[in-house]
Design a protein around this ligand. Structure first.
Ligand code: HEC
Length: 150
């Protein structure tokens, strides 16, 4: 019985290797990219790229283990959900009210240490934010929110 279950599990693991979600890899920078609709200083941009863009933009840099299922489903889920909540590549599509709200949420998640996700920084150590980086990103989010025109 146990052996049969083991074989079945192995079979399932083999079969799911053939099903991969589409990658989130856009090669163009959208006109609605945050850099086209707001002031994003280089140091802020670099933090966003390293710590947030894998889940909050149209271009994810995938780790090698994305090749293994069901890991790909799990990672893809973060990207899809992350982008649903906030997509810096499509920031220009948000209404002024929504844009301000998203930027306020950026401050909120940083204050609460909710982002980047813990499961992500365990592997992407360089995505962990230092106190200075957090302050920089928080200040930027508030300045940018204040600059959003109606
Ligand atoms: C590994 C993927 C991942 C990374 C990296 C990541 N996020 Fe997220 N983020 C998510 C997911 C998934 C959600 C939606 C579910 C949740 O709130 O946990 C989310 C939600 C959010 C939200 C919306 C919160 C709300 O209340 O709706 C904000 C704002 C946010 N992230 C900001 C950031 C910022 C800023 C960074 C970089 C410093 C970042 N995230 C890095 C995956 C990620």
């Amino acid at each position: 019985m146990i052996r049969k279950l083991g074989l079945l599990l192995l079979l399932v693991l083999i079969v799911i290797q053939f099903f991969h979600p589409d990658k989130n890899e856009s090669s163009v920078i959208s006109v609605n990219d945050i850099t086209n609709v707001a002031v994003v200083p280089d140091d802020v941009q670099s933090i966003l790229k390293t710590s947030c863009y894998d889940c909050h933009s149209n271009s994810t840099v995938y780790p090698w283990y994305y090749a293994i299922q069901p890991v790909a489903w799990w990672l893809n889920n973060h990207v899809v959900e992350g982008k649903e909540h906030l997509n810096f590549s499509e920031f220009g599509t948000y209404t002024p009210k929504n844009a301000r709200h998203k930027l306020d949420e950026v401050k909120e998640v940083l204050d609460k240490n909710e982002m980047p996700l813990k499961s992500y920084t365990v592997i992407h150590g360089n995505a962990k934010l230092t106190a200075e980086q957090k302050a920089l990103l928080t200040d930027w989010s508030q300045q940018t929110a204040a600059a959003v025109k109606n």
